[in-house]
Ligand binder design. Structure first.
Ligand code: G6P
Length: 608
C-alpha cells in the first residue's frame, strides 16, 4: 500500500519522479504528492485523488530541483484529503517525509511532542514522525532519522529529504517494502522496482530496520544503530513492457490474455516428462526431507488464499498428505500447533502482504519449515522463507489478481506432483499429469478465443445486484474466486459457496432476478451439481454454467453456457477460473467501473 519514489541526481527530478509514481499507482490512489528541494528550499505540492490530479495541478508549474520524493497514498490514518496527503513536513518547513505503513505509537509521540510546542496540521501518524525527526535533528539527517525510528513502533517504508542537506535522501524500512536503485551519477529509492527500471536495473533491497542514504554519487546502508552494512546489488531482469498496457484498454484484460504465456513460464524447465515428476530447484529439500513432513499448512490472503484452497484439494487427493488452509491474518494471532514436521507454505503474488509475512515469521519462530509460492522476485516473503517456488507470472499490475492466480495453482500442481511422486503417484499417473499440465497453455488460449462470447453473456446479466457462484470439489475455490473477482471490480454483491451448501441459506435469496454461476466441468461431482442446478431452476433463478461440453441434461436448465476444454479434475480450476475473470471484467466495464483501480482496494496490502 502506498507507493514511494525518490530521486537524487543532476537532472530535474519532478517529471521523472511522477512518471515513476504512475507505475506504482496500483499500490494506492487516494491522494498523491511531491516534495523537491528547489533553490535550497523545500517545495511541497499535493492533491487528493489520483496522480493525474496532481500532474494537472503541476501543469506548467513543475517544481524544479534535482532531488525529490513522491508518494501515492492508500489512506490508513485520516481521510484522503489534501492535508492528510503526503509528503508531510516538520514545523520549520525544511524536512519532508513520505511514508508507507502505520506508526502504532503515534498518539503517544504526538502528545509528547505537543507538550514541546509542536503543532500538527493533519490527522496522520506520518506527520508525527517527521516532527520527531525534527526533534532529533542536530547536524545529520541520517542520524536524526535513525534516532526517530528507534522510538517508533509499527511498520514503515520512509523516504526523507531536508533543505539543509539538499542532495541527500534518507530511506528506511521496517515491514514495508523499499529498495534503492543505483544509477550513473544519480540514485533512487522506491517501494517497487517498477518505478525506476526505466533508469536503472541495479537495486539493493532493504531489509527490516535498515537505513539507506543516497546522494547522486554515493549510497550506503546501515542498521538502525547506524552500523554500516554490506549489501548485495541485484539486477532486475524483467522489461518495461511487462508493466505497460501494450494496447489493451486495461491491465486486467492484458493480464487475463497473457495467461497462456504466464502459465508456460510457471512450468518452464520444471516438467520431467520421463519421470512423470517436477523439478523445483528453489525447494532446496531432499526427498527424505520432503517425506519427513507429516502435515502442510497453506497460508495466504485474498485471491492467493483461494489458490491455497485448491492446493489443499490437490495435496490431499494426489499426494495424500494432510493439508490445511489458513487465512494468514487469523493464523498469526492464534496459537497454532506446529513443529519441525509441519511445512508451512505462504502463497503471495506480491510477496509483501503484511499478514502473510507475519504468519510466516510466526511459523518459523515455532519451529516449522517455511516455503513460499511467490510471484515478485526479491520480495520480502521470498527472502524470508526457507525455500521457495517462484511462479514467474511476470509483474501483475491490475488490482484484481488474474494471471498470478492461475500460475499459483499451476505451481501448487507442480509441488503436488513432486511430493506425490514420493508417496502415492505412480510414474504412469505422473506422466498423465505432466501431459495435462503441458496442454494447459493451449487450452487456456482456446478459452480466450471466446472472450467476446463471454462478454455477451456478461452483457445479459450486468444489471444484477447479486450473483451467487457455486462449485464443488476442486471448483469450490473457483466459485469463491469468481465471486471475489466480480465484487472487487464491479461492486456487485457476489457470494461463492460450495454448491451443496446453497440449501443451507443462500437458496433463500434465489428468485428470477438472481443469476447463479455454476462452475461445472464434467468431473467426479458433475451429476451432483446438475441436481443443484435443478434446485435453482425450480426457484426461477437464472443459471450460467461453465461446462466442458454440451449435454442434453442441461437443456431447459441453463440460461447461458460457457465452454472450457476438459482436463484432469485437479487442473480444471486453471481453466474454469478464466471465464469468470472475463465475466467480471466485462460486467465492470459495462457498469463504468475503474477496472484496474477499484475503489478502496490496493494491490499490495502492507498493513494488517
Ligand atoms: C490484495 C489484492 C488481492 C490479493 C491479496 C493478497 O487484497 O488486492 O488481489 O489477492 O491482496 O495479496 P498477495 O500479494 O499476498 O497475493
Amino acid at each position: 500500500m502506498c507507493g514511494i519514489v525518490g530521486f537524487t541526481g543532476r537532472r530535474p527530478g519532478a517529471a521523472l519522479l511522477l512518471e515513476g509514481l504512475k507505475k506504482l499507482e496500483y499500490r494506492g490512489y487516494d491522494s498523491a504528492g511531491i516534495a523537491t528541494i528547489t533553490d535550497g528550499k523545500l517545495v511541497v505540492r499535493k492533491q487528493p485523488g489520483r496522480i493525474a490530479s496532481l500532474v494537472e495541478d503541476l501543469d506548467g508549474d513543475m517544481p524544479e530541483g534535482n532531488v525529490g520524493i513522491v508518494h501515492t497514498r492508500w489512506a490508513t490514518h485520516g481521510v484522503p484529503n489534501q492535508i492528510n496527503a503526503h509528503p508531510h513536513t516538520d514545523s520549520t518547513g525544511s524536512i519532508a517525509i513520505v511514508h508507507n505503513g502505520i506508526i502504532e505509537n503515534a498518539s503517544a509521540i504526538r502528545e509528547a511532542l505537543s507538550k514541546k510546542g509542536h503543532v500538527f496540521e493533519s490527522d496522520t501518524d506520518t506527520e508525527v514522525l517527521v516532527h520527531l525527526i525534527e526533534e532529533m535533528y542536530e547536524d545529520s539527517l541520517e542520524l536524526a532519522v535513525a534516532a526517530a525510528l528507534r522510538e517508533v513502533d509499527g511498520a514503515f517504508g520512509v523516504a526523507v529529504i531536508s533543505a539543509k542537506e539538499p542532495d541527500t535522501i534518507v530511506a528506511a524500512r521496517r515491514g514495508s517494502p523499499l529498495l534503492i536503485g543505483i544509477g550513473d551519477g544519480e540514485n533512487f529509492v522506491a517501494s517497487d522496482a517498477a518505478a525506476i527500471i526505466e533508469h536503472t536495473r541495479f537495486v539493493v533491497y532493504l531489509d527490516d530496520n535498515e537505513i539507506a542514504v543516497i546522494t547522486p554519487d554515493e549510497h550506503h546502508v546501515t542498521d538502525i544503530d547506524s552500523k554500516r552494512l554490506e549489501k548485495d546489488v541485484s539486477t532486475v531482469d524483467w522489461d518495461l513492457e511487462a508493466i505497460e498496457r501494450g494496447g489493451y484498454p486495461h491491465f486486467m484484460l492484458k493480464e487475463i490474455m497473457e495467461q497462456p504465456q504466464s502459465i508456460c513460464n510457471t512450468m518452464r524447465g520444471r516438467l520431467l516428462e520421463e519421470q512423470g515428476s517436477a523439478r523445483l530447484n528453489g525447494l532446496a529439500m531432499t526427498d527424505a526431507q520432503l517425506l519427513g513432513f507429516e502435515r502442510i499448512i497453506l497460508i495466504a490472503c485474498g485471491t492467493s488464499w483461494h489458490a491455497a484452497l485448491i492446493g489443499e484439494y490437490m495435496l490431499e487427493e494426489l499426494a495424500r498428505i494432510p493439508t490445511e488452509v489458513e487465512y494468514a491474518s487469523e493464523f498469526r494471532y492464534r496459537n497454532p500447533v506446529l513443529d519441525e514436521k509441519t511445512l508451512v507454505i505462504g502463497i503471495s503474488q506480491s510477496g509483501e502482504t503484511a499478514d502473510t509475512l507475519a504468519a510466516i515469521k510466526e511459523a518459523k519462530r515455532r519451529g516449522a519449515r517455511t516455503m513460499g509460492i511467490v510471484n515478485s522476485v526479491g520480495s520480502t516473503i521470498a527472502r524470508e522463507v526457507d525455500s521457495g517456488v517462484y511462479i514467474h507470472a511476470g509483474p501483475e499490475i491490475g488490482v484484481a489478481s488474474t494471471k498470478a492466480f492461475t500460475s499459483q495453482v499451476v505451481a501448487l500442481a507442480l509441488f503436488t506432483l513432486r511430493m506425490g511422486r514420493l508417496k502415492t503417484i505412480s510414474v504412469l499417473e505422473g506422466r498423465e499429469i505432466v501431459k495435462a499440465l503441458n496442454a494447459l497453455p493451449t487450452q487456456v488460449a482456446t478459452i480466450l478465443e471466446t472472450a467476446d462470447e463471454i462478454g455477451e453473456v456478461a452483457a445479459r446479466f450486468n444489471d444484477a445486484d447479486n450473483v451467487l457462484y457455486l462449485g464443488r470439489g476442486f471448483n469450490f475455490p473457483v466459485a469463491l474466486e469468481g465471486a471475489l473477482k466480480l465484487k472487487e471490480i464491479s461492486y456487485v454483491h457476489a457470494e461463492g459457496y460450495p454448491a451443496a451448501e446453497m440449501k443451507h441459506g443462500p437458496i433463500a435469496l434465489i428468485d428470477e432476478s438472481m443469476p447463479v454461476v455454476f462452475v461445472a466441468p464434467q468431473d467426479g461431482v458433475y451429476q451432483k451439481i446438475i441436481s443443484n442446478m435443478q434446485e435453482v431452476k425450480a426457484r426461477k433463478g437464472k443459471v450460467i454454467a461453465i461446462v466442458n461440453e454440451d449435454d442434453p441434461e442441461l437443456d431447459g436448465l441453463v440460461d447461458a453456457k460457457i465452454f472450457i476444454p476438459a482436463t484432469l479434475d485437479a487442473l480444471s480450476p486453471v481453466l474454469s477460473a478464466i471465464p469468470l475473470q472475463l465475466f467480471a471484467y466485462h460486467v465492470a466495464v459495462h457498469r463504468g467501473c475503474d477496472v484496474d483501480q477499484p475503489r478502496n482496494l490496493a494491490k499490495s496490502v502492507t498493513v494488517e
